[in-house]
Design a protein around this ligand. Structure first.
Ligand SMILES: NC(=O)c1ccc[n+]([C@@H]2O[C@H](COP(=O)([O-])OP(=O)(O)OC[C@H]3O[C@@H](n4cnc5c(N)ncnc54)[C@H](O)[C@@H]3O)[C@@H](O)[C@H]2O)c1
Length: 394
């Protein structure tokens, strides 16, 4: 898709700390744009702009003319702060207060890197908002029923983890399985390394382990935990704190503690970056021996690194497809394409992600391009159709 300036970019400077926050609205559909809010030290406007553009594509890629869910535009918010900083919560509340007119009218947001939905909900209430997704309410047929359905879905849990925390990782894992099936590679014996064991990485690791793959390494902000014969994923998930950091006291004898970047070079067929943007650069890619890189995180592979990886036969399955399950699940649930039940939701995510990954890989094969280029081409085909049917503004 040709680069286009976003519809709207905003830099906010906190009057208390001098820290900055950003909101980028890449595109509106029917006057609304969707995109999460991240908090990380060093977050930039450029990063948030790229993420907002990705959201436009994620929305477009899930367009189904028969569905009740109509795609929204793409947006993203970002705050430059360590989420573990004691002042982080106050900063979040002030950011949401400043963004209130946008959240009330055109930007629906939710959790992303560094923030949980619970925290955003609490801070949004303190900032005087009805909900972080209230801008979409006027587009619903029956707002009360839709909100009840979403609240019920948020209350659903599977083996100790909330459905909202599982939806995205379920989509990532299904993308991995679809790629393996296409290549005729059995699940048993396929090794996986994951960077990040928070919402996305944790759920991806769970679903892949349950499908029969061997999770040989996981990295969090404190370093890499590895075990060539396979980690006990559920034990690690249960030992996480609210930021996705694993309590090392829960490790088993024989689990190895390695440096933070060791996950890149462990022997594995599949790498899942599920933490920060720009995790794989040109130097990092040289250390990778995996055959697939599956982008649970947003923008984890630098474009120059991806060119080098493609040249030596490593396939990158792109973020805009692979991690789009969370966003789509919110809307499928709110608009009523699915109910609140976890089994129904996970089955719908699996079906949809498999179909989308298949479409992308078919297009890549037909055009002789990378899957990312194919995904962007699919989104570029759909955007004018969506705009013609629904328009930018309400
Ligand atoms: N949460 C969502 O709904 C969602 C949806 C789509 C995409 N994403 C993307 O997935 C990525 C992760 O988001 P999340 O919500 O799972 O985050 P999270 O805050 O829940 O978890 C982040 C994990 O990454 C680890 N981490 C942080 N910095 C690290 C570093 N430098 N090295 C190694 N590990 C590090 C943390 O310890 C934690 O385990 C982000 O890129 C986000 O944009 C999230």
């Amino acid at each position: 898709m040709p680069a286009r300036a976003p519809l709207m970019s905003l830099v906010w400077t906190d009057h208390v700390t001098g820290r900055q926050g950003f909101l980028v609205v890449d595109r509106l559909v029917r006057g609304v744009a969707s995109g999460g809010l991240r908090m990380r030290p060093g977050c930039t406007l450029e990063e948030v702009t790229g993420l907002a553009r990705g959201m436009t594509m994620k929305e477009a890629l899930h367009y189904d003319p028969e569905a009740r869910y109509v795609p929204l535009g793409g947006a993203k918010g970002g705050i430059d702060c360590d989420p573990r900083d004691p002042g982080a919560y106050g900063l979040l509340v002030r950011y949401l207060r400043a963004m209130r007119p946008y959240i009330e009218s055109l930007w629906t947001t939710g959790e992303d890197l560094g923030l949980t939905q619970d925290l955003i909900d609490r801070a949004a209430a303190e900032a005087g908002l009805v909900s972080s997704v209230q801008a979409v309410y006027p587009l619903l047929d029956d707002e009360a029923t839709a909100r009840k359905r979403l609240a019920d879905a948020f209350a659903a849990e599977v083996d100790g983890i909330g459905l909202a925390e599982l939806a995205g990782g379920c989509g990532v894992a299904e993308s991995v399985l679809a790629a393996l099936d296409r290549a005729g590679v059995p699940y048993a014996g396929t090794r996986v390394a994951v960077q990040g064991l928070g919402t996305m990485g944790g759920a991806t690791a769970r679903f892949l382990a349950r499908a029969g793959l061997t999770v040989v390494a996981v990295a969090d902000v404190r370093g890499t935990i590895a075990r060539p014969a396979g980690l006990d994923v559920e034990a690690l998930l249960a030992a996480r704190d609210g930021y996705g950091t694993v309590d090392r006291g829960a490790l088993r004898p024989g689990d190895l503690e390695l440096p933070g970047d060791a996950w890149l070079s462990v022997e594995a067929e599949v790498l899942v970056p599920a933490a920060v943007s720009y995790a794989i650069d040109t130097a990092g890619q040289e250390r990778i021996s995996a055959r697939w890189i599956v982008e649970a995180a947003n923008m984890p592979v630098r474009p120059e690194a991806e060119r080098l990886l493609a040249a030596r036969g490593v396939t990158v399955l792109p973020d805009v497809v692979v991690n789009s399950g969370t966003n789509a699940w919110w809307w499928w649930t709110l608009f009523g394409d699915i109910g609140a039940d976890a089994d129904e939701a996970l089955a719908h995510i699996r079906r949809s992600m498999r179909a989308l990954v298949g479409l992308m890989l078919d297009r890549a094969a037909a055009d002789g391009t990378t899957p990312r280029t194919a995904a962007h081409a699919l989104a570029a085909d759909r955007l004018p159709v969506i705009t013609d049917r629904f328009g930018w503004y309400r």
